[in-house]
Design a protein. Structure first.
Length: 314
């Protein structure tokens, strides 16, 4: 009898210990869940504070600096492409589509680094994050493709017109060239400035380009020009660039240029000195176009080419 009573006491003791262990386990599990939920809430809170930060909306985005953007989006410049594909093809043994022009040097690089950090980008471009990215409104909803108005652009993306500034087609048709530049370059000594020393000379005066550096580099290689005027095209159409007045331009406006603006988008002119207006009318006494100060007369042959090419110039 005493043995049975002792067994009963032992069972109750073990049951008590087991119950305490279960309660302690449940308590620890609840504590862990509370910590996880708390961490999740904190992460969710940080995400939404960033998502709705005023810097992602106008007008703050228009004044945002690269440092402000890269404080959160530093990965766009910190990552590098694969050195080898999953199939085993080494990047060093092939050319990416953007490496096919002479202006690109070095290894393959990421999209954002090619626009902001590579040597050629720093030489001829002055792109900022908000040159392309004009904010992100989470309240926008993507409509069905068939219902989207022409003006709609999906949030967090760049407006296609902005990309087309440097990634449109080479508009050889309005330039009067028989074919695109790769097929026509030899006829022009592989030199864009053979014509453009006297045509459309008011160019690249925008805050995302380094105009003087482009002019200098363009005299060394036509790929400097062609790279942004068809050589790296993403679109099937060309960009309708503004047609600024230049010294000696024809008074008659070609049909293709009648609807072209004469100024760049205002946001691309911030910080850029105004381009002086140039009279294009012919002199009533001589019938000749007025020359700007310091402008030299072009040889007869060049003037003839200027007239014929300008009637189809981009």
């Amino acid at each position: 009898m005493k043995a049975l009573e002792q067994l009963d006491v032992d069972d109750r003791g073990r049951a008590g210990v087991s119950g305490w262990a279960i309660q302690a386990g449940l308590f620890l599990a609840l504590m862990v869940c509370a910590v996880v939920v708390s961490a999740g809430d904190a992460a969710w809170d940080r995400y939404h504070r960033g998502k709705w930060d005023p810097i992602h909306f106008k007008p703050a985005i228009e004044q945002a600096t690269d440092d402000q953007c890269l404080a959160c989006h530093h990965d766009v410049l910190g990552t590098k492409p694969r050195t080898q594909s999953p199939a085993g093809v080494k990047a060093s043994s092939v050319l990416a589509w953007y490496q096919t022009l002479d202006t690109y040097t070095g290894d393959q690089d990421t999209f954002h680094r090619r626009h902001l950090a590579t040597p050629f980008a720093r030489q001829v471009m002055d792109l900022k994050c908000n040159t392309c990215h004009q904010g992100s409104d989470p309240r926008e909803q993507s409509p069905a493709a068939n219902d989207a108005p022409a003006s709609f652009t999906l949030r967090k993306t760049v407006h296609p017109r902005t990309c087309q500034l440097c990634h449109g087609q080479f508009n050889y048709q309005v330039m009067g060239l028989p074919e695109s530049w790769p097929q026509s370059r030899e006829a022009f000594s592989n030199n864009c400035l053979l014509c453009h020393d006297g045509i459309r000379t008011q160019r690249h005066k925008v805050n995302y380009l380094r105009a003087d550096a482009i002019e200098t580099a363009g005299r060394q290689s036509s790929d400097v020009c062609y790279g942004c005027h068809g050589g790296r095209s993403w679109y099937r159409s060309s960009y309708p660039y503004p047609r600024h007045d230049w010294p000696g331009m024809d008074k008659e406006v070609p049909d293709w240029a009648r609807d072209r603006p004469k100024e760049s988008d205002p946001r691309f002119l911030l910080g850029i000195p105004a381009i002086p207006q140039v009279a294009a009318a012919s002199s009533p006494a001589t019938g000749e176009k007025p020359k700007a100060a310091g402008e030299k007369s072009l040889p007869k042959k060049t003037k003839s080419r200027q007239t014929s090419v300008e009637k189809g110039k981009k």
